[in-house]
Ligand binder design. Structure first.
Ligand code: AMP
Length: 371
């Protein structure tokens, strides 16, 4: 046990943490900040953001409203973001006003751009699916000839939860795929016949100390995360390679905060980087109920200059998302002793909307994968 010695950079409990974005991730950041004595100030454009229900400090303004961003920056000690598509300009305005933004605006910019993301992975010696940048229907045809079908076309920017993506089973489908994604700058990726999908979340503090969660295994349905299984059912070799990949990326981006890294595991046990997100991640929700320190508490510690907490998985766990109308299933599970129900306070259970999640913890948790 080493006694923590605060220094000039330490942000003390009592200060306010600014969060750009008002969704469930912001809500869970605010809920994790409170036990450490921090207040949270949420900046979001929507009328009733889920994060706004758990803190009285909410600025409702557009992400490009300079005056609102500057006032927000003055009201907090540090700013983080919970929403990947927050304009980089918003983070830059806050940083220019003298309030640290953690992770940095640069990390946000790289994560918003699939081409930059892949170049970053390659620059630190990591493999990705075969890919080509595509700016026109002709370039798509050439890229498809080079990579071969099946393939996936993804917009460079503003894609999430399977949006902005089109699958191409045969060369003849290229033109339709190009229209389907709105003829926007894109990357064409070779389709990976993966054994499984996994993710690792790295936490990095101001002094470069690192901890990590995972790898965990992720199952998707309709392009949206359905289930996370902790720990992932992979070999030690694969687990080590995944953690090593995530740490290399976090260092390359000089992350202060969290970096989530999604990877494909191939049938011959190679690990390919798919996507990165410099924020808490849906595949880390299990950490609230199953780890010594949750990903949200760890983010707060990292950006405030506190020592990082213990990330150990206390018991195996399964997390299931409640998407759209599935949220009504909370009544089926709330009475189960090993189920931890989290609802995000969203009124409208639209199709595809993340309404809540349930984490089962303990030896019996795998039963939650049955349906
Ligand atoms: P993404 O938005 O890039 O994370 O893609 C959403 C989901 O689509 C992934 O989690 C995978 O299940 C699937 N997917 C994306 N890219 C590929 C690929 N190159 N090969 C196979 N499946 C993919």
């Amino acid at each position: 046990m080493v006694r923590f010695k605060p220094d000039r950079q330490t942000i003390f409990p009592g200060a306010a943490i600014g969060v750009l974005g008002g969704g469930q991730l912001g809500r869970m950041i605010a809920l994790a900040a409170a036990p450490l004595g921090y207040r949270t100030h949420v900046f979001a454009p929507e009328a009733d953001p889920p994060a706004g229900q758990v803190t009285p400090q909410v600025t409702r303004a557009d992400y490009l409203d300079r005056a609102a961003l500057e006032a927000f920056a003055r009201s907090v000690a540090v700013v983080t973001f919970e929403f990947e598509n927050v304009p980089v300009a918003a983070a830059e305005i806050i940083a220019a006003a003298g309030t640290p933004v953690r992770p940095s605006p640069r990390a946000l910019a790289v994560a918003q751009d699939r081409v930059q993301e892949k170049r970053l992975a390659e620059s630190v010696g990591l493999a990705t699916a075969p890919w080509r940048a595509v700016g026109s229907a002709d370039e798509l045809a050439a890229a498809l000839a080079a990579i071969g079908a099946p393939a996936i076309l993804k917009t460079v920017r503003l894609g999430y939860d399977g949006k902005g993506q089109a699958r191409i089973a045969r060369a003849g489908e290229a033109a339709a795929a190009w229209q389907a994604i709105g003829a926007a700058p894109a990357v064409l990726e070779g389709f990976v016949d993966f054994a499984c999908e996994i993710s690792v979340i790295v936490a990095r503090s101001l002094d470069g100390a690192e901890t990590w969660y995972g790898p965990v295994e992720n199952r998707h349905r309709n392009g949206i995360l359905d289930a996370t299984i902790a720990p992932a059912r992979v070999s030690a070799l694969v687990a080590d390679a995944a953690v090593d990949a995530a740490r290399r990326l976090a260092r390359a981006l000089d992350i202060v905060g969290l970096l989530a890294v999604e990877l494909f595991v191939t049938r011959d046990e190679r690990v390919l980087v798919n996507e990165i997100a410099p924020r808490p991640h849906n595949s880390g929700h299990y950490t609230i109920d199953a780890c010594g320190t949750s990903q949200f508490a760890q983010l707060v510690r990292a950006i405030c200059g506190l020592p990082l907490g213990d990330t150990r998985l206390i018991a195996p766990a399964v997390m299931r998302n409640l998407i759209g109308a599935e949220v009504s299933a909370w009544t089926d599970v709330i009475g189960q002793a090993d189920a931890h129900v989290h609802l995000y306070g969203k009124a409208d259970a639209r199709a595809g909307r993340k309404m809540g999640h349930v984490t089962w913890v303990g030896a019996d948790s795998r039963r939650a994968l049955a349906e």
